[in-house]
Design a protein around this ligand. Structure first.
Ligand code: GAR
Length: 209
């Protein structure tokens, strides 16, 4: 990652509270990064309104506007490339990224469960339905699968009696925003190394026992 303010492109599909946490964090110069663009797969979302309010350029590519998924991937990769990011952050982006994006940039994703439990679009609902007493959030590098990339960091959140999907997701998101900001900051300041399934910050090279 670059020594000067690192360039982040953040991808969103919804309310964008994780994006907002990053926008708030980068307002502090010591964080060492700028959000240079926000991308979305749909119009009219609060995530884009947050970008607009912050004066950050944004772009939208809807899958349904393209003849093929590959054409969508190409358009998304082209828009991201224009902003020359050091890191792409998928923060509530509800589409599987294609090979053009994934081969061009390192991409981290935040997910509302303790992966590999409950991948996919309904992680909180699935955790509640399963009856787990502890769930949480995961920040991981994105590979070609559905929430299968190497885990960078995780934090646990207890399931309370009487939780519904909304209450549990809101509690997870409170923890998730802090974790995402911490992980992105550390990756930018210290660097990160992926060795197989394992991710290390900085120059640490020790294999797990
Ligand atoms: C977050 O909880 C994120 O982990 C989740 O969507 C929420 C977005 O919230 N993403 C997924 O479920 C992806 N599989 P936000 O729009 O308020 O940041």
């Amino acid at each position: 990652m670059s020594q000067s303010a690192a360039r982040l492109v953040v991808l969103v599909s919804g309310s964008g509270t994780n994006l907002q946490a990053l926008l708030d964090a980068v307002a502090e110069p010591a964080f060492g990064a700028r959000v240079v663009a926000v991308g979305a797969d749909r119009d009219g979302i609060e995530g884009l309104a947050r970008a607009e309010r912050a004066g950050v350029p944004w772009f939208v590519h809807r899958v349904s506007d393209f003849a093929t998924r590959d054409a969508w991937d190409e358009a998304l990769a082209a828009s991201i490339t224009e902003h020359k990011p050091d890191l792409v952050v998928s923060a509530g982006f509800m589409k599987i990224l294609g090979p053009r994006v994934l081969t061009a940039f390192p991409v981290v994703n935040t997910h509302p469960s303790l992966l590999p439990a409950f991948p996919g679009a309904h992680a909180v609902r699935d955790a509640l339905a399963y009856g787990v007493r502890v769930t949480g959030c995961t920040v991981h590098f994105v590979d070609g699968g559905v929430d299968t990339g190497p885990v960078i960091a995780q934090r646990a959140v207890a399931v309370e009696d009487g939780d519904d999907e909304h209450s549990l997701h809101e509690r997870i998101k409170t923890v998730e925003r802090g974790l995402l900001v911490e992980v992105v900051g550390r990756l930018l300041r210290e660097g990160g190394t992926v060795r197989g399934r394992h991710v290390y910050f900085g120059s640490q090279r020790k294999d797990p026992q």
